[in-house]
Ligand binder design. Structure first.
Ligand code: PMP
Length: 380
């Protein structure tokens, strides 16, 4: 049989989690919190199930949740998407990304992705019959080089995918970046897929530059969010896409025949959380900043060199003072021999920079977990 995804195997996150389990390693690999979700969310979820909200939800998401998302979007980004025509609730940010790509990418189209990038984009593009064109971010700062992006555009380019705050580096697009991007998408008539699942995890008083703040971007954009990241419940897989009515209509055609609708009781719980506890997302940056600062202070006692983390919940560390192994070998060695698991960076690239010695560590963990990891890392 000829595979439609010939180069895709088990992803690096699953591989490393399996290895971590085999070796009882402290797992700072896969990006999920190991602390509880907000109590209100659990209570509201149970109530929704007891109240009988257990059958298919509306295809586009419950009206109450879409209204809550619309209100929240206006509060955060000064733009009020229409709850009926511009917001679609999906089964995680992942489904929203897949649907957006299938909705607009045609066979033979090119889609620009900025490397290193999350591994979900390329298979979605490939299944749509498109081709990912990889443009590297700066190897030190992970900032885009817009001239390189412009140089990569051809008559076949249909879409560009951005991600801010960025997985794996935590880098964030600036206001100047957003203006550059707006110029590019307008000049070339491109669609933008703006992956903003870490939108509320931003540090040091910085502002998250959502594409929704910029009229020239939002009229061509699918903006992707994930409740899993915001509410510490990655396993619930609920997210959403905000896009202009015409683009949302196309995305919904895919959603309708992909999952049709998203887990109904969770939609009631998220609506209640957004309405009743806005301070949760308002203070999420502070919550994670404490974790980041504590973890970085502890890393100072190790031979790992932490890179700056403007946003998100990942810490990149340079291990070149410890070893010259490549990152796949180093992450296996660290798991098997020293009981700490991180994610190597090279799988996030089409072609990783030569000699790069970086590992991604997730600090969305309890202090106990992070302390256990640090105790082992100090011995390196
Ligand atoms: N985009 C990025 C950059 C991510 O890190 C993730 C989750 N790891 C997703 C999208 C997918 O989000 P979800 O878990 O809600 O499907």
């Amino acid at each position: 049989m000829q595979s439609k995804l010939p180069n895709i195997g088990t992803n690096i996150f699953t591989q490393m989690s399996q290895l971590a389990a085999q070796h009882q390693a402290v797992n700072l690999g896969q990006g999920f919190p190991d602390f509880p979700v907000p109590e209100r969310l659990i209570v509201a979820l149970a109530r929704a199930m007891n109240d009988g909200q257990n059958q298919y939800a509306m295809m586009t998401g419950t009206p109450r949740l879409r209204q809550a998302i619309s209100d929240k979007t206006e509060r955060c980004y000064g733009y009020r998407p229409d709850a009926d025509t511009e917001i679609t609730v999906t089964s995680g940010g992942s489904e929203a990304i897949f649907n957006a790509v299938q909705a607009v990418v045609q066979a033979g189209d090119e889609v620009i992705v900025l490397d290193p990038c999350y591994d979900i984009y390329q298979p979605a593009v490939a299944l749509a019959g498109g081709r990912s064109v990889h443009v590297p971010l700066d190897a030190q700062t992970f900032a885009p080089d817009w001239q390189r992006v412009r140089d990569a555009i051809t008559a076949k380019t249909r879409m560009i995918i951005t991600n801010t705050p960025h997985n794996p580096s935590g880098a964030m697009l600036s206001e100047a970046d957003m203006h550059e991007l707006a110029g590019i998408v307008q000049q070339h008539g491109l669609y933008l897929l703006s992956d903003e699942v870490y939108e509320h995890i931003v540090f040091d008083g910085a502002r998250h530059e959502s594409a929704l703040r910029y009229p020239a971007l939002r009229e061509r954009a699918f903006v992707i969010s994930s409740f899993g990241k915001t509410y510490h419940c990655t396993g619930w897989k609920v997210g959403y896409a905000v896009a202009p009515a015409a683009l949302s209509a196309e995305l919904r055609k895919v959603h309708q025949y992909n999952t049709f609708c998203t887990f109904h009781p969770a939609q009631a719980a998220f609506a209640e959380m957004i309405e009743q506890e806005p301070q949760h997302y308002e203070t999420l940056g502070e919550f994670y900043q404490q974790k980041r600062d504590r973890f970085r202070a502890q890393l100072a006692d190790t031979r790992l060199r932490p890179l700056p983390v403007p946003g998100g919940y990942f810490q990149l560390v340079d291990y070149s003072a410890i070893s010259d192994m490549d990152d796949l070998a180093f992450s296996r060695w660290l798991t098997c021999e020293h009981g700490v698991t991180g994610i190597p960076l090279s799988p996030f690239y089409e072609a990783a920079p030569d000699g790069q010695r970086l590992l991604r560590l997730c600090f969305a963990k309890s202090d106990t977990t992070l302390d256990a990891a640090i105790e082992r890392l100090r011995r390196l």
